[in-house]
Design a protein around this ligand. Structure first.
Ligand code: M6R
Length: 600
């Protein structure tokens, strides 16, 4: 979602701001802008559309400054146009903002009555006007900022620049993450570490209601009453390689191909962390897993694993529903929150809610310093590395690897298996990186299938058992990057309604692993094939061997294991990728989507 950058330095910061904005393009945005302070006062330049539009504009202006802020906006209040783009500025102050100001209508009404003119439809614009109001009362920049903060309700991260205090750059956090960084060339701020320039070697995440006042050589941290807070920065080294697509055309393609390595790393790290888990699976009555989007589908798949392998009951919730259904949480239970970014607003709010109910909470995150990692009582990290493509691929399979490893460990803690059974599950896990590499060799075939979807209007995905949620994920992957309409169903559910959507030639992907449900899944395939569907069956050799000639197949590596959804996921990612490529969509930054969804 929206991204913030800021820098204060002894050299011209405009290139740093643009580089920072470019690094966080992956978060998803629809307009971009910067504001700088120099002898001419505050200068704000913003443009609707891609960052290149802003770059083109700036190349004509030749702006220079030692201090500035920048923003990529993902529209919430008001259309994605130039007037609504950030920074929002008055003559005295410029502001970039992530989050939502909940009482903005009341504030706006009051400020209008005080004679302030608004030029956007955003909630953000009340902030610079409010600060200006207090400046006009004779308050110092810092006092006016604190005074304004005391009037704001909602969740936000702010970068604030004053015309009359160009030696300082202010950063504020309430609810939305913000990180400050320091290096030999100066200080900067960002909505995540990706926003920070390469010279930054120390960072610090702001805590709730902290204000950082940055100068070119140092910073001061205070609370909103001016009380100084002492905290040291942590060493940091930017992962510059994540910003490159290397030999791949897209980040998504590179990330799909990184999976043998990310699965191996995640497996190794998760196995090492098991002995440090701060709870005993044997004493656990129930597991609650909460997440959004693809992470939610990982949770749904894990429910099958925990219940079948470890005989541990599991409830799975979409994070945006969790708090509002007043869930009955077992006091001897554990609530797990899964999030690639670790910043998803609904998942974070669900975690905080579970915490207030006295639950043991744990996070499964890809970003080690994210809010969910910091606020859950313990966390496990997926070692997928930075995921830049908006569509989650390697982070999803890494989540599945953590969950599968936990489920096998839970089974042994709960004495659910013989030594031999447990040993076999461990072997299955260990085989995953190699099998993932094998699955990637199917790319040519997946490309052919993906391209063949180019003229379709709809596509369906069906599966049973743990492959039912994978069917939902396959459909999500296809629709989010190709914009084709796609739906996933439990294979047995089709005849209860969705089968009416089947018409001649509509593609139906049938996930048919070799397991005890195979016959039933293939019977469901026959039902749609009989009604003219183009069935594409994904399965191992034995699943596919007796299919009629008109049924298309994609043969996955032999892997008769509960963890086979991890391999099928790779094939579905490749099909979605090549469908999107054939349709010419923006694969890495699909329309309307954001990588990190920081509003509820
Ligand atoms: O960062 P999170 O894992 O919490 O994100 C959850 C969803 O927003 C995310 O999985 C989304 O559905 C992706 N676009 C899926 O590819």
């Amino acid at each position: 979602m929206c991204g913030i950058v800021g820098a204060i330095n002894h050299h011209n910061i405009v290139p740093d701001l643009l580089q920072g904005l470019s690094n966080i393009e992956y978060r998803g945005y629809d307009s971009a802008g910067i504001a700088i302070a120099n002898q001419a006062g505050l200068i704000t330049v913003k443009r609707q559309g891609k960052l290149q539009c802003l770059r083109d504009q700036l190349s004509q202006n030749k702006l220079r400054s030692y201090v500035g802020i920048g923003h990529t906006r993902w529209a919430t209040h008001g259309k994605p146009n130039e007037a609504n783009a950030h920074p929002h500025s008055t003559a005295e102050v410029s502001v970039v903002h992530n989050g939502i100001i909940e009482n903005y209508l009341t504030l706006r009404q009051w400020l209008c009555a005080e004679g302030f003119n608004f030029s956007s439809d955003t909630d953000t614009e009340v902030i610079p006007h409010l600060i200006s109001y207090f400046l006009h009362q004779g308050e110092s920049p810092r006092a006016a900022l604190c005074h304004a903060l005391s009037k704001l309700e909602g969740a936000f991260a702010l970068g604030v620049l004053f015309r009359d205090d160009p030696e300082h750059l202010y950063a504020v956090r309430r609810g939305s993450p913000l990180v400050i960084g320091q290096g030999d060339q100066g200080l900067c701020l960002g909505s995540d570490t990706m926003a920070l320039p390469a010279y930054i070697d120390r960072i610090m995440y702001l805590e709730e209601d902290e204000i950082a006042c940055l100068s070119a050589d140092s910073f001061e941290l205070t609370d909103q009453h001016g009380k100084v807070i002492t905290r040291t920065m942590q060493a940091f080294s930017a992962d510059q390689s994540a910003q490159q697509t290397h030999t791949h055309q897209h980040h998504m393609h590179r990330e799909i191909h990184q999976q043998p390595e990310t699965i191996r790393d995640t497996l190794r790290h998760t196995r090492r962390s098991l002995s440090d888990l701060p709870f005993d699976f044997n004493r656990l009555e129930r597991l609650h897993i909460v997440a959004c989007g693809t992470s939610y589908y990982a949770a749904m798949i894990a429910k099958y694993w925990f219940e079948q392998i470890a005989r541990l009951p599991v409830d799975v919730d979409i994070a945006s529903e969790f708090r509002y259904r007043a869930p009955l949480l077992s006091q001897q239970g554990l609530s797990l929150f899964i999030s690639q970014s670790g910043e998803t607003a609904d998942t974070l709010a669900a975690l905080r809610y579970a915490d207030t109910l006295g639950q043991k909470t744990g996070g499964i995150v890809n970003v080690a310093q994210s809010s969910i990692a910091r606020e859950s009582r313990f966390h496990l990290q997926t070692h997928a590395g930075a995921e830049i493509g908006v569509a989650s691929t390697k982070a999803f399979t890494a989540q599945l690897v953590v969950l599968a490893t936990l489920a096998v460990y839970a089974a042994s803690c709960r004495n659910q298996h013989t030594f031999t059974e447990n040993y076999q599950l461990q072997l299955d896990l260990t085989a995953l990186p190699g099998l993932a590499a094998h699955a990637l060799t199917l790319e040519g075939h997946c490309k052919h299938i993906g391209q063949s979807l180019k003229n379709c209007k709809n596509a369906f995905f069906i599966g049973r058992g743990a492959h039912f949620p994978l069917a939902l994920e396959g459909a999500l992957k296809l629709k989010e990057i190709s914009y084709l309409h796609a739906e996933g169903f439990g294979a047995g559910e089709l005849k209860h309604g969705p089968i009416s959507l089947i018409e001649q030639g509509v593609p139906v992907f049938v996930l048919a692993p070799k397991n005890q449900l195979l016959e039933k899944t293939l019977a469901n395939m026959e039902e749609v094939a009989a009604r003219g569907a183009r069935c594409i069956v994904l399965g191992e050799q034995q699943s596919l061997q007796n299919l009629p000639a008109h049924i298309e197949t994609l043969q996955l590596p032999e892997f008769e294991s509960p963890f086979s959804p991890i391999l099928y996921a790779i094939a579905l990612q490749l099909i979605a990728y090549h469908a999107a490529l054939a349709l010419g969509t923006d694969v890495d930054q699909p329309r309307n989507l954001a990588k990190s969804v920081t509003v509820e």
